[in-house]
Design a protein around this ligand. Structure first.
Ligand code: NOJ
Ligand code: CA
Length: 704
């Protein structure tokens, strides 16, 4: 039910100075309270308390505007509106069947004193588990086209808290995480990892959001943003002695941040708060701060598992480019040298994957390296590399789409833009039309490398607009989008549910060709990157060590095999890849059974254990069924977690198939050792989950 009550208080006229007025808004459950005050300088400042203790102390709200005075001080209050909101909505896909959107709102309209006053509105929404605030610039005579030189929002934290963070960088989020006190940020800012091609870390105490924080009183706080539209992404700059973070927006080539035209709004700045880490993971506040679904047709939007021609290239077993693949040759039976292609995306190889998908109930097959141009890409960074419509001569684009559909499988078309975004925009209509003409309803896009035109950053306003333009354009052609290397998500999948997932963090791929992701990585991602939306992490690796393919190789996945299974639950996405090679799954059909069974769309989700950087257990109820799937993971420390199944239906029996680390398993020494056990459980059952170092447990819980 929707209840919207609007109270409007028209305050004093702008000529009258108003001093030290305070407005307080409590969350519906009264745990969180926000106070707003117009101080003596005429600046609006805010505080946030949780259970009557300060979380954010007096902090600023305002802007630096090019060629104008700062929009920060010298305001009087023109109007105050407050309202309550409570509704329950149903997502097209998601972690729960319905979502409650319940908050109290206050909107304060500020008017500058003096001649030519500018008007700024600040809106706060206070939810049971967090706060969102944003700025609105109403239509007005003295502010029309303007350029934001920076946003001056601050988050004045109460002490030298523990944080999980990566360095500020407007071009990439493919870093591992640091865990430290705030005061240690600068000291620890990690060296650039050679495998992050676009890394441009910002010098100084800069961090990216979503930023995960834990106070000395064990209160968890997450700072991020929601509904990032027509505006750059926000990093945070810390003052290392006061622990105050100030917003820093991604700039363009000439240093400007955002080009605005009133009426317009900024994204929401979000502060999620709880003394129970599980509430942070379960929060729906970022989604709730986004607009309801704007798509009229959502029939083609289908969560799915997929496999594809992907890992073989990352392992170097085959090539993306056609020409490189042709250089491999073999002696034929007649003794003459014959060309043996190493090119991955051939018609024959693709059919093998389509058959594998059909046999195992996967909805999609991804093929990378199908289109002309890969020879000219990496390291050359030319502008006109790909046209996204010309297949290589050994790839039957049309025929393979028809073949897949005849088997109930959809092809996921890959567009590596190579960062050459103006080129991509030139081709986008033809490329999506071609996909439509063959019935390919899913796209994986990618933005590796510096953005062309040069000077734009992946996280700047220009690129933020591009990613959304591509999502909206895809919707016109009934296409679902999974984007790699875009700006980090901010809940826009509520408004555009064809935006299924993004990478926008350090995915599994790093394990195959770099120092990789440490065992703690997947226990931090849900508290950071995933706060904004699903991630295409690509779980499910069974052959953990690269030495299986190349005897001297040192690279490996930094988990056990059963932790790879658990990731299907703990790293939420409505599209999940069965990433390993078909033959590696066929060699272990008992463990593969979990990947075949696990769902990707859910009626309910329970976060059972959670501590950032340490462990996470999540159980989810598969859409339209009485079946549950559970994943539990740990960092490099082996640990026992006590599991009770009281969330199951009373009086019902379930068959639990438990996929767990063998007693002598560990991510480094013995990662592929697992045990599978089948037992009957009820809502009264209790179990100790024994997780190996870097390990995990996955359980399918099927109603009898
Ligand atoms: C990086 C992406 O993350 C990966 O999935 C893809 O295979 C390569 N780029 C090539 O486009
Ligand atoms: Ca990537």
């Amino acid at each position: 039910m929707k209840i919207k009550k609007l109270l409007s208080i028209i305050l004093l006229a702008s000529t009258c100075a108003v001093s030290a007025q305070t407005f307080t808004v409590n969350s519906p459950n009264k745990k969180i309270s926000v106070s707003l005050q117009l101080n003596a300088a005429g600046a609006l400042v805010y505080n946030v308390n949780y259970k009557n203790k300060p979380i954010v102390e007096t902090s600023n709200l305002g802007f630096k505007i090019n060629d104008q005075a700062d929009l920060l001080n010298n305001f009087s209050i023109l109007q105050v509106d407050s309202s309550n909101f409570n509704e329950t909505w149903t997502p097209v896909w998601g972690e729960t069947k319905t979502i409650v959107n319940n908050y109290k709102e206050i909107a304060i309209t500020l008017k500058e004193r003096g001649e030519k006053p500018r008007i700024l509105q600040v809106v706060f929404k206070v939810f049971n588990d967090g706060v969102g605030f944003r700025y609105h610039f109403p239509e007005q005579p003295n502010l029309f086209h303007f350029v934001v030189a920076d946003e001056l929002s601050t988050f004045n934290l109460t002490g030298d808290h523990k944080i999980w963070w990566m360095p500020g960088d407007f071009d990439t989020n493919e870093y591992t995480y640091n865990t430290s006190q705030i005061s240690e940020i600068e000291k620890l800012a990690k060296k650039r990892d050679g495998a992050i091609f676009t890394a441009t870390p910002i010098k100084g105490a800069f961090v990216q959001t979503p930023l995960m924080i834990k106070t000395k009183d064990n209160v968890y706080v997450n700072i991020h943003e929601a509904a990032l539209i027509n505006y750059p992404a926000m990093d945070l700059k810390f003052n290392l002695s006061t622990f105050e973070a100030t917003s820093t927006l991604a700039n363009d080539a000439v240093g400007n941040k955002a080009y605005m035209r009133a009426p317009c709004s900024t994204p929401w700045r979000t502060i999620i708060i709880s003394d129970d880490a599980r509430d942070i993971i379960a929060s729906k506040t970022i989604l709730n701060l986004n607009e309801p679904c704007k798509l009229t047709n959502t029939n083609y939007i289908k969560p799915m598992k997929y496999c594809g021609i992907w890992l073989e290239m990352h392992l170097g077993l085959s090539t993306w480019d056609f020409a490189g693949g042709q250089s491999a040759s073999d002696a034929g039976s007649d003794g003459k040298q014959k060309t043996k292609t190493k090119h991955g995306a051939t018609t024959e190889n693709t059919k093998k994957y389509i058959d594998f998908a059909a046999k195992n109930g996967f909805g999609g097959v991804l093929v990378e390296g199908w289109n002309d141009g890969w020879e000219d890409w990496f390291g050359k960074w030319k502008e006109d590399v790909f046209d996204f419509v010309t297949p290589y001569p050994d790839y039957d684009f049309k025929g393979l789409n028809a073949y897949a559909q005849s088997k109930g499988v959809g092809m996921i078309t890959h567009h590596e833009t190579s960062g050459s975004v103006t080129n991509y925009e030139r081709w986008i209509d033809s490329a999506y039309r071609l996909m439509g003409s063959v019935g390919s309803h899913a796209l994986k896009s990618g933005y590796v490398g510096k953005i062309i035109p040069r000077g734009e950053f992946h996280d700047g306003q220009w690129m933020v607009n591009h990613y959304l333009r591509a999502i909206k354009k895809a919707a016109q052609y009934d296409i679902m989008v999974v984007a790699h290397e875009p700006v980090r998500p901010t809940g826009l999948h509520r408004t555009y549910p064809n935006f299924m997932a993004a990478e926008a963090a350090r995915g599994q791929e790093f394990n195959f060709w770099s120092e990789g992701n440490p065992p703690e990585h997947e226990t931090i991602l849900p508290f950071t990157r995933l706060m904004g939306g699903p991630m295409d992490y690509t779980p499910g690796i069974f052959k953990i060590k690269k030495s299986n393919y190349y005897p001297d190789a040192k690279e490996q996945v930094h988990t056990t095999l059963t932790k790879q299974l658990a990731l299907y639950l703990t790293l939420y996405s409505p599209v999940q890849m069965a990433t390993d090679l078909p033959e590696n799954y066929e060699a272990k059909p008992d463990a593969f059974q979990f990947i075949k069974d696990v769902a990707v769309d859910w009626d309910d989700t329970k976060v059972i254990h959670a501590e950032p950087g340490e462990y996470l257990t999540i159980a989810r109820k598969a859409k339209g069924t009485n079946n549950w799937f559970l994943g539990s993971i740990t960092d490099e420390n082996a640990r026992d977690l006590n599991m009770d199944f009281s969330f199951l239906d009373k009086g019902k029996k379930y068959t639990a198939t438990i996929y767990k680390d063998a007693a002598d398993a560990s991510w480094d020494k013995n990662p592929e050792a697992y045990v599978i056990e089948k037992i009957t459980i009820t809502n009264k059952s209790k179990l100790t989950l024994k997780l190996a170092s870097g390990g995990g447990t996955a359980i399918s819980i099927i109603a009898q």
